[in-house]
Design a protein around this ligand. Structure first.
Ligand code: PMV
Length: 337
């Protein structure tokens, strides 16, 4: 962090890097829209190859916030959401000056990897540090959650649990295990590069309209404890089965919501069927799918090469991104401007 006072000109610059994350037990539906309190707790892993780097510089010379993206553009709506979050932090730090922000994603847009999770986690860490706030990981996670729910899971390292909580202070994510705990992979198979038509924010809103929502809520706590147990035992088969069952459960709710929502494309379905047939051949690989068409294949490190090789044979796949478990948000001196 650089803090310089040049007569009356105040300049404070910091850069943060934060990973995206993939959820094994999903955040689907909110119990408080304003505070972004989720309907249930969730469990995820930070991703090594999908991260956002953000540099922030507060300057008393600026007349408004200046927000830009390297290799792309933010829509007006995205800019509004980013500035809204900066305002939240400015208020906390009792700062009255504006900032310049430059952001870079390691992964291309529209790959079905949540850039809002990595983006808002990096923004939260960079802006709070530049504003002179020294926050704990728990406080950063709470603040990131207010900007984008799953961003709170990109603050802690490795394998993470987001506690649903009943209040803003009790809804945050913490690290269950460091990245080195378990050598597993999330191979993202991109089958759709177009922007999705229905946003995740809208998907959360219709969750409760599915007749299966209550059934999901009845069994979710038990599912979380089964997944935590599989994690603690490093029981990959149990871990994969619960992860896949959970993704199908979430998409079954989308399909039966009012109005119904279907994110899958033909490529998604072909890949799901391929995974099932590979398992019948005793290749341990499972899938999970977020609010999009792209498929995340979960496997152990020792099977990465064989699975990556098989994916090359599937015609709908545009690209693959191979992720290991990663650390959470951190500061760096590698400034983008
Ligand atoms: O944090 P949001 O609002 O982008 O929601 C994320 C929702 C899912 O990706 C579908 C599931 C999850 O837990 O990441």
């Amino acid at each position: 962090m650089g803090l310089k006072y040049l007569s009356k000109l105040i300049i404070m610059k910091t850069t943060a890097i934060a990973p995206s994350n993939i959820a094994f037990v999903k955040f689907f539906g909110k119990k408080d829209e304003q505070l972004r309190l989720p309907a249930n707790s969730s469990i995820s892993m930070c991703l090594s190859e999908a991260f956002t780097q953000t540099t922030v510089e507060f300057s008393s010379a600026l007349k408004q916030d200046d927000v830009s993206l390297i290799d792309g553009q933010f829509s007006d709506q995205e800019k509004k959401r980013i500035v809204g979050h900066i305002d939240r932090i400015r208020k906390l730090a009792k700062l009255k000056i504006y900032c310049k922000i430059v952001t870079h994603n390691s992964f291309p847009k529209s790959t079905g990897i949540a850039s809002s999770a990595s983006g808002f986690a990096a923004l939260t860490l960079a802006v709070t540090a530049a504003a002179g706030l020294q926050l704990s990981n728990k406080e950063l996670s709470i603040l990131a959650r207010l900007a984008s729910g799953s961003a709170c899971r990109s603050i802690p390292d490795g394998f993470v649990e987001w506690l649903e909580g009943e209040t803003s202070e009790s809804s945050y994510a913490y690290s269950l295990y460091p990245p080195s705990y378990w050598d597993i992979r999330d191979i993202v198979a991109v089958v759709e590069e177009r922007q999705k038509k229905v946003t995740t924010t809208d998907a959360h809103k219709i969750a409760v309209t599915s007749p299966f929502f209550k059934a999901r809520m009845r069994e979710i706590k038990e599912k979380i404890s089964r997944l935590k147990n599989a994690l603690s035992q490093k029981d990959f088969a149990a871990f994969g089965e619960i992860t896949e069952e959970e993704a199908l459960n979430m998409h079954a709710l989308m399909l039966t919501a009012k109005p119904p929502l279907l994110y899958f494309s033909a490529g998604t379905i072909n890949l799901m069927k391929a995974v099932w047939s590979w398992r019948r051949e005793r290749l341990p690989v499972y899938f999970t799918i977020d609010a999009g068409a792209n498929v995340h294949l979960i496997c152990e490190g020792r099977n990465e090469a064989v699975i990556a090789g098989r994916l090359k044979m599937i015609k709908e796949i545009r690209q693959i991104i191979i992720n290991k478990p990663a650390v959470g948000a951190r500061l760096t001196d590698d400034h983008l401007f």
